[in-house]
Design a protein around this ligand. Structure first.
Ligand code: SIN
Length: 306
C-alpha cells in the first residue's frame, strides 16, 4: 500500500506537511527558494513589520544543551521586500506564508493586508516573540489582545490567517479558544520558551538582551503538550512547532492533533536534508502501520488517551 503525505491546511495544498518555521533561513527570496527546493511543503518568512528594524545588539544567539536560545529582536527589512521574496520563492510552486508582527491591532491589520497584496498565500501573526516586549509579551500573553488582533486582521484580509501562540503563559488553551472564536483559520503552537543563559566568567547573561527564546529538542515535550491540550478543546487546524527534528517527532505531533508541523532549529542539526528525511520517514511509518494519509493520524492520541 502506498501512503499519501500530500495534505491540505487552511485551503493550501502542500506536497508534504513539513513547513519551514519563521526566522530560520527565511530571510530572503533566495533562501526561501533553497528551502523549498530541498523539499519543504511550505515556507514561512522571517517576521516582517511595517518598518525596517535593526534588532538587538550581539550576542543574539547561544547554543544550550538540546537547543538554541535567541534574542534577535525581530531584525527585518520591513514588508516592502515581501513582494520580491514571494516572487522568488514561488518559482518552486510551494506556498509562501508571510510572518508579520506589529505593536497594536491596526499594525497587524495593515501588515497582513500588505502581505496579501504582496502575493503571500497566507499570513502567520507573530503575537508570541518572548523578548520584544511591545510585540510578544503585551499582546501574546493577553487573551483579549490576541483575539482583538485576530479579529481586526480577519476583517481586513481574505487569505488564511494563522496565529502563532506563545507557551509563556499559564493557560495556552484559553488563548487558543479566544483566537479560534475571533476567526483564526489555524493556530501555530508554539513559539520559543523564554529562558536565560549566564556566562560564569563575566557573571552576566550571555545574550545582550538578557533573556531569549529557547527552541530545539529541549522544548518538544512542552510543544507537544500544548498541541495535545489545544486539540482537545479547539476545533480549527493546528500547526505544531517546537523541537521537531526526526520523523518520529513529527508523527507524535500529528497524533497529538497537528495537521502540519514547522521545522526550524533542526536545520542546524541535520541540514536542509531534514525535509526529505522527514517525508521519507513519515511515509514509511504510515505504510508500516497501514494508514493511507496523515489526516488519519491527526489527534489519534487524544482520542486513544485518557
Ligand atoms: C527574534 O527576532 O528575536 C525572535 C522572534 C520570535 O521569537 O518570534
Amino acid at each position: 500500500m502506498s501512503a499519501k503525505v500530500a495534505t491540505e491546511i487552511v485551503g493550501l495544498q502542500l506536497r508534504n506537511p513539513f513547513i519551514l518555521a519563521a526566522g530560520i533561513l527565511g530571510i530572503s527570496g533566495q533562501t526561501l527558494r533553497r528551502v523549498a527546493e530541498a523539499g519543504a511543503g511550505a515556507v514561512v518568512t522571517k517576521s516582517l513589520g511595517l518598518e525596517p528594524r535593526i534588532g538587538f545588539p550581539n550576542p543574539t544567539i547561544v547554543e544550550t544543551p538540546c537547543g538554541l536560545l535567541n534574542a534577535m529582536g525581530l531584525p527585518n527589512p520591513g514588508l516592502g521586500v515581501l513582494r520580491e521574496e514571494v516572487e522568488e520563492a514561488r518559482k518552486t510552486n510551494v506556498p509562501v506564508i508571510a510572518s508579520v508582527y506589529g505593536c497594536c491591532e491596526s499594525d497587524y491589520a495593515e501588515a497582513a493586508s500588505l502581505a496579501e497584496k504582496a502575493g503571500a498565500d497566507a499570513v502567520e501573526l507573530n503575537v508570541s516573540c518572548p523578548h520584544v516586549k511591545e510585540v510578544g509579551k503585551q499582546i501574546g500573553q493577553d487573551p483579549d489582545a490576541v483575539a482583538s488582533v485576530t479579529a481586526s486582521v480577519k476583517g481586513r484580509v481574505k487569505f488564511p490567517v494563522i496565529v502563532k501562540l506563545t507557551p509563556n503563559v499559564t493557560d495556552i488553551v484559553g488563548i487558543a479558544k479566544k483566537t479560534a472564536e475571533a476567526g483564526a483559520d489555524a493556530i501555530a503552537a508554539i513559539n520559543t520558551v523564554s529562558g536565560i543563559s549566564i556566562d560564569i566568567d563575566v557573571q552576566r547573561p550571555i545574550l545582550a538582551a538578557g533573556a531569549g527564546g529557547l527552541s530545539g529538542p529541549a522544548i518538544k515535550p512542552i510543544a507537544l503538550r500544548c498541541i495535545y491540550e489545544i486539540h482537545s478543546e479547539v476545533d480549527i487546524p493546528l500547526v505544531g512547532c517546537g523541537g521537531i527534528t526526526t520523523w518520529s517527532d513529527a508523527v507524535e505531533f500529528f497524533l497529538a492533533g497537528a495537521s502540519a508541523v514547522q521545522v526550524g532549529t533542526a536545520i542546524m542539526y541535520r541540514g536542509l536534508e531534514v525535509f526529505s528525511e522527514l517525508e521519507k520517514g513519515v511515509k514509511e511509518y504510515l505504510e508500516s502501520k497501514r494508514f493511507e494519509s496523515i489526516s488519519q493520524l491527526v489527534g489519534l492520541a487524544c482520542r486513544n488517551g485518557s
